[in-house]
Design a protein around this ligand. Sequence first.
Ligand code: NAP
Length: 325
Amino acid sequence: MLHRRGRRRIPRACVLAGLGAARVRRSGPTPVGVSERGSGLTSPKRRHSGGTVPDSHRCSTAIEAHCSTGWFDGLMDVLILGGTTKARQLATRLIDEGVDLCSSLAGRTKSPRPVPGPTRVGGFGGIDGLKEFLTDNEVKVMVDASHPFAAAMHGHAAQACRDLNLPLARLAPPSWRTQPEAATWHWVDDHDGATQVLADLPDVILLTVGRQPVSHYLRLGPRRVIVRCVDAPEEELPAGWKVLRERGPFTLDREREIFSQGVATLVSKDSGGTGLDPKLRLAAETDVQVVMVSRGPAPGWGDELSTVDDAVQWTGNHIATVIEQ
Ligand code: NAP
């Protein structure tokens, strides 16, 4: 059921979602306070046309085919920085609520998973480009649901929103640091730290850090290494290395198959979650050594959220507050 408020319609589900305050950890000033009784608001439906949006910012037609609403004119209430499962889940939930949004993908993977709703692909051109995009498209709030290791993007999002006084939330699964098994892992600050620790750890090494950081590990030289990633690394790999091109999430059975290739050391990023993922559970079961690359510090501005429910509520509250002003 939709409620009318001026030229905007309020989906009933959003009103309900806005009744309680989202669990928010603040790491900096919030430009617009969380409304106790806030609600998500949507614009009247607008035909998807590209509108005033520069060509580089239009929905890709390939992805537009997955758009459940089929409506979008380049103006949006919410920009989601995506490339993660949580970002896809958030887009799905907000579209169900009738919120005007656009998801942004960096365009790193050759065949990204389809994202529901309008999507744009490619970098913004730094902080200034992002600010221009946010202004041109009249974005009301931004949810940075990009991966916890997308440090540059987090920094740009925080700076752009701070400069424009735009509400920002970062949606990321909680770190694995608090899991009981974490005490047995080799925690390192970065990928270079991981390569140092790996010098003393046994093969076979299963490298699950994605394609981009592989260059840091090449100094390991000829060893028995399995690189698991979606797209093959561009670098020439040393002798003994092999690439396993696979896209997660992985089941425990699949991890067992991979570990049965003699895996003795696992390298992972602290992507996080409410529980351990199957590879980490299996490592604990089988005494495989774990090298865990820590997350960088949060940019210090914006609200920190860890669940999609909280992000739905936060978004509804903040759109309502901004529109009321
Ligand atoms: P990054 O190093 O933090 O970002 C580098 C540049 O890529 C940014 O400055 C921005 O370019 C562009 N960019 C990044 N995320 C973007 C987005 N969602 N939309 C538009 N432009 C984006 O990022 P990354 O670590 O390469 O990650 C790229 C994407 O892959 C992210 O969307 C992330 O969610 C996803 N991902 C990353 C990891 C990981 O481990 N890093 C894992 C899984 C998925 P401009 O400066 O030109 O705006």
